[in-house]
Design a protein around this ligand. Structure first.
Ligand code: SF4
Length: 288
């Protein structure tokens, strides 16, 4: 079992992971759901708050470490992953969780994502994918759909969106899942599996910015969810099947009859992590 050594002997609740700061997110922001799920999961895993590290970039969702009573870094735009890697290499015994938005992770930060995933660095990356740069007043992000009308694209975004789950698999992330922000139990399950996975784990949380998007869209999207593991019997260790399920993601933009896939899309549990490679090198050369 992972993280046995940092489990608290105390019964913990989600409140033990929350700082005394009141979130400045807009009321009803779907990021509250992620905060709720993450604090619940850490309590259920009984990870001592003094041994967890939450790292973020810049953006609405990247404020999350402020609301946590754990170690945390609120870094620069797009730079959460490099800081998380440094922290992870310094303390490979504690979980390091990156919480950031789609703009932060997949625009300016995308180069870091590619190489951290490919090296299988043992991080959990949670993307709050609201498909816009919300904090800077609604510019189209890499995951916004084609035709999206944002403040800098009044006639509609011209390019197609990045399918981040397909991209994460192509980058050799060893755990890839998708979940939905108002389904707390599903989110908890995905976060828990991702944190306990040894290697680079990525969870895309389909989120909605309720300031720039309509609540009706969130409600409609919730009706379209399909749990690919439970309802379609998807085996996440089958890479061909994983790629086909990942390809379903975002197609739902073009056709409202299509379902929105959630669940564990891909996992490879025997992939060696970068930290394990570093430890082997140290063992071999430093002793000599
Ligand atoms: Fe949340 Fe959107 Fe408000 Fe940002 S602007 S805090 S994403 S509702």
């Amino acid at each position: 079992m992972r993280f046995e050594h940092i489990k608290s002997d105390l019964e913990l609740s989600k409140k033990d992971y929350r700082s005394n700061r009141k979130p400045t997110w807009c009321s009803g922001c779907t990021n509250f759901g992620v905060l709720e799920a993450l604090t619940n999961v850490l309590a259920e895993l009984r990870i001592d708050p003094a041994y967890a590290n939450i790292v973020s970039g810049i953006g609405c969702s990247s404020r999350l470490p402020f609301w946590m009573n754990t170690f945390g870094f609120h870094t620069l735009h797009g730079r959460a992953i490099p800081v998380a890697i440094g922290s992870r290499l310094a303390r490979p015994d504690i979980p390091v969780i990156v919480t950031a938005g789609d703009g932060d992770l997949f625009a300016i930060g995308v180069g870091h994502f590619v190489h951290a995933a490919r090296k299988n660095i043992d991080l959990t990356v949670i993307c709050m994918d609201n498909r816009t740069f919300a904090m800077t007043k609604n510019q189209a992000s890499p995951t916004s759909k084609k035709g999206y009308k944002g403040s800098l694209t009044p006639y509609g975004k011209l390019s197609i969106p990045l399918n981040v789950v397909e991209f994460a698999i192509a980058c050799e992330a060893s755990f890839v899942a998708q979940t939905f922000t108002s389904d707390i139990n599903h989110m908890k399950d995905m976060f828990s599996q991702a944190i306990m996975h040894r290697g680079f784990s990525f969870v895309n949380v389909i989120s909605h910015c309720l300031t720039y998007h309509k609540i009706e869209k969130l409600k409609k999207d919730k009706e379209r969810l399909i749990d690919i593991n439970k309802e379609l019997g998807h085996d996440p260790t089958d890479k061909i099947a994983a790629l086909s399920k990942a390809a379903m993601s975002l197609k739902y933009d073009q056709d409202e009859k299509l379902k929105i896939p959630i669940g564990v899309i891909w996992r490879k549990d025997d992939a060696i992590s970068f930290e394990e490679e570093v430890a082997k090198l140290k063992e071999k050369y430093i002793k000599k």
